[in-house]
Design a protein around this ligand. Structure first.
Ligand SMILES: [Ca+2]
Ligand SMILES: [Ca+2]
Length: 204
């Protein structure tokens, strides 16, 4: 009963709009930069939460090629820590200021070509650390895009995924629960807002 109740609550919850899934295949880098609003794709970043920062100078590679349009965000398990957009006028680099403390593990979320990639290359936060430089940028390598929201891993996003997230939140995750794709609204946390986002995605 608890599960059903939460699911009904989700259905009644406020509507948020899923960003238009425009294809980026045909657009120029300038068009990409103009269209992509980092705050719309990834969560708002409050840099005042942390006292330290580090710098990452990086390029994004896919199939061996450096991408000239991509939005890169750095996350720790508790949320977003930094973000930047690839700059074609600066050797296609991203200049990330990453906020944090301690040696928290970091991972990347990259938005390009209308898809999201989650990349964990074992990088940890380091206060005042500098990773990569102009000559030898750090390389973020994209492999397979994730299907955001497909937490039960069946290849599609539907109500079952929303229910799975609701059950995860109440401590009853299904046998298969892909945590890396559960944060549908990219705010760094798995909450009922992510289930609501799925419902809004699948509503006609
Ligand atoms: Ca699914
Ligand atoms: Ca979320």
């Amino acid at each position: 009963m608890k599960k059903l109740k939460i699911f009904s609550m989700m259905l009644l919850a406020g509507l948020t709009l899923w960003p238009a899934a425009a294809s980026a295949q045909e657009e120029t880098d300038a068009e990409f930069n103009q269209r992509v609003d980092p705050d719309e794709i990834f969560d708002f970043l409050d840099s005042h939460t942390y006292s330290n920062n580090m710098s990452i100078m990086a390029v994004v590679k896919k199939d061996g090629k450096v991408l000239s349009n991509a939005l890169v965000a750095v996350y720790a398990s508790d949320g977003i820590r930094g973000k930047d957009i690839v700059d074609p006028s600066q050797r296609n680099m991203v200049f990330l200021t990453v906020y944090g403390e301690g040696s928290t593990p970091l991972f990347f979320k990259v938005y390009t070509g209308g898809q999201i990639y989650v990349v964990d290359q074992g990088l940890n936060f380091e206060a005042n650390g500098i990773v990569g430089d102009i000559k030898n940028p750090y390389v973020i390598t994209l492999k397979n895009p994730v299907i955001l929201g497909d937490v039960n891993g069946d290849g599609k996003v539907d109500a079952a995924d929303a229910v799975a997230i609701a059950n995860y939140i109440v401590g009853q995750p299904p046998a298969t629960f892909v945590k890396t794709v559960a944060d549908v609204n990219n705010d760094g946390n798995i909450t009922i807002a992510d289930a609501t986002r799925i419902i809004n995605m699948i509503l006609p």
